[in-house]
Design a protein around this ligand. Structure first.
Ligand code: HEC
Length: 164
């Protein structure tokens, strides 16, 4: 290989590696942006875990162990009444900030568990929780899907039917 050819190979390699570096930078930037998004989402999730899952526990081993309906069931009911994101989050926030039996959509749950107690929140926290619930799939207890099927499937009446 003569000198000129060698130089041009080196130059090409150099340019290629610069382009690659730039690409790497961009993908890192994208990753950072995603991490930031995830952080925002997970703030809602952390709040949900801290403030709600104590009672709306997705790990409840059976229906009999519940002390409140699973949040996935609550979400289903609220989505049915309020399919729109803004209405959903407003209704959920209104409930959480001031739970009153006459406002309840889940009357059966109020009868079974007694009305949910209210808690103190930092401003904006309830909205973050409500948005998280609306926008994400929630964990649900393992028996929950079968329970829903029992409630709404053809076997209703033959099997044990559990309200809410
Ligand atoms: C101390 C236990 C407890 C905690 C903590 C709790 N809940 Fe509840 N929640 C209940 C019980 C019990 C019910 C079922 C009776 C009722 O509807 O009031 C309920 C019902 C609900 C309902 C359905 C209300 C309706 O229309 O019938 C929503 C929505 C709800 N909870 C959201 C939340 C959210 C969001 C959080 C976290 C910010 C939360 N809950 C924290 C006990 C709790």
């Amino acid at each position: 290989m003569n000198k000129i050819a060698l130089l041009s190979v080196m130059a090409t390699t150099l340019i290629a590696s610069c382009v690659l570096d730039e690409k790497k930078d961009m993908s890192q930037q994208l990753k950072d942006q995603k991490a930031e998004l995830y952080q925002k989402e997970s703030e809602g999730y952390q709040l949900l875990k801290d403030k709600c899952y104590v009672c709306h526990n997705p790990d409840a081993a059976s229906h009999d162990e519940l002390i409140a309906p699973p949040m996935a069931a609550v979400k289903m009911r609220y989505r049915m009444w309020y399919p729109d994101e803004n209405e959903f989050t407003a209704a959920l926030a209104s409930w959480v900030l001031d739970p009153k039996p006459e406002k309840a959509l889940m009357k059966g749950a109020v009868d079974r568990f007694k009305v949910m107690p209210s808690q103190e929140f930092e401003p904006g926290d309830v909205q973050k929780i409500a948005l998280y619930i609306y926008q994400n799939k929630l964990e649900e207890p393992e028996w929950f899907a079968a329970h829903e099927k029992n409630m709404h499937g053809r076997g209703r009446g033959m099997r044990r039917v559990i309200e809410d």
